[in-house]
Design a protein around this ligand. Sequence first.
Ligand SMILES: Cc1cc2nc3c(=O)[nH]c(=O)nc-3n(C[C@H](O)[C@H](O)[C@H](O)COP(=O)(O)O)c2cc1C
Length: 355
Amino acid sequence: MATDIFSPFKLNRYELKNRLGVAPMTRISSPGDSVPRPDVLDFLVTRARNGASVVFSEAIVTDYESAQGYPRQARLTTQRQIDAWRPVTKAIREAGAVSICQMFHCGRMAWPEVNPAGRVIAPSPVAPKQNNPLTGAPYTVPDEMSQFDIDHVISGFAETAMGAMEAGFDGVEVHAAHGYLTSQFLSAYSNQRTDGYGGSLENRFRFAHEVISAVRDLVPEDRILTARISNWGIADMEVPHFGSAEEWQALVRLFSGENLDAISVSTYDFSEKQFANEKTMAQLTREATDLPLMICGKIHDRASAQDALEHADIALSGKSMLLNPNWVADVQSGKVMAPHKAADADIAYSDTPLP
Ligand SMILES: Cc1cc2nc3c(=O)[nH]c(=O)nc-3n(C[C@H](O)[C@H](O)[C@H](O)COP(=O)(O)O)c2cc1C
């Protein structure tokens, strides 16, 4: 039977009022102090007030050494940063929605100019093939992470999770998608290590396991912990990160063995069949886990949300939530809405407050 988009869903102890959430969206709006502009924070509250059941923060950078990949990104480890987010999580809760803080380290996608240590680190010294679209210059060849680097980065995730709890978030998400650091460890394309963090899928998963374990220790059982995964990365988009449906499902089973509350799968288009085997990413993922599943990618109207929920529990939207403050109501009323183009999302980076 088809899932009703406006039926409740239990996620950990939280009763979500419907199946529509705001996908994490970086807004590069935080000046020197890594605190987002007030209107960017208000944007999240407005989406909660207008019916979204889950609201993800933009990806929060996990340390001051090498994590940042874009200018003006947010962090959540100082009292000032925590104080800026606290009223936001409170207002989201008062609106009847759940807030989840996404955390990431950019790894080889980092931009040395915006990191105090001026250093790029990754599982292996393999730079993306394409140039950095922000600078037009080649990406820096990263240093292969030492054990110290690995432990240091994990501490950054843990410290940020602590900040998120202190700021009142209902949960945190480990961003293990889109070719950023955790994703770089998972994929043999970017992880060419020969130690315990490279080689077999189990070894490539080790870093994600250590991050999730360190974070779970600080996120109480009654708050939410999710991981976001994908088969693609922001750089070298044409390169799939996993070789087969079997490898993807083995990866999902490894995530499923962690103490997570949900897995979030990011696609370009939720309806696309993958690995030439006639199944969507949501379908493949669902076959491999009993955990609650979030799906994202070109969900733009009532029909697409309904289809997306055939093999998932929660439908996340990026661009529709970004561009249309009334998207949840418009889905409910069945309003005719076209999918947005990638270029439409540039509005995310404008200084003009979004409605
Ligand atoms: C402006 C913008 C910023 C984004 N930033 C992030 C991010 O910080 N973390 C993340 O996991 N995905 C990020 N994404 C990807 C979205 O979460 C989502 O997966 C993508 O937009 C596809 O969904 P859509 O077709 O509904 O837009 C971003 C997307 C946009 C448009």
